[in-house]
Design a protein around this ligand. Structure first.
Ligand SMILES: [Ca+2]
Ligand SMILES: [Ca+2]
Length: 126
């Protein structure tokens, strides 16, 4: 095969990353760096979600569903704790308890999808 054609094909195949992919990996990098400098446990959880590419409502919804073992769309304390431990979120038991209490705004002992999303996004907006 002609060398120029081969080179052209290679260049064609090496399409540059799309803007969204680039922004996403930048965001992931930024989140990973920020995790170690934050002392706020909810901020840390949010960054951990971001660092795993769980951006926006859909990504956070996936995180939630993964933790909701019995599928009742609520996370009890056990599911929340186990879920965070399994995803190797670098959070201590105290931090997990603190987050759980802050997220469970109606204090029924469960974190609903809404409470989860609001909890994470509120700390993001503050
Ligand atoms: Ca559940
Ligand atoms: Ca609740």
């Amino acid at each position: 095969m002609d060398h120029a054609i081969l080179q052209g094909r290679l260049m064609f195949n090496m399409r540059p990353q799309s803007a969204t992919t680039r922004q996403e990996s930048e965001m992931i990098n930024k989140a990973q760096r920020a995790i170690h400098s934050t002392t706020d446990s909810i901020e840390k959880l949010r960054l951990l979600c971001l660092a795993r590419g769980a951006n926006g409502i859909l990504g956070l919804g996936r995180v939630f569903r993964r933790m909701d073992e019995d599928g009742n769309k609520k996370l009890n304390h056990e599911e929340f704790k186990t879920g965070l431990e399994e995803t190797q979120m670098e959070l201590g038991v105290d931090e997990i308890n603190e987050i759980f209490q802050k997220f469970d705004t109606d204090e029924d002992g469960n974190i609903s999808v809404d409470e989860f999303l609001i909890g994470i996004r509120v700390s993001f907006l503050v």
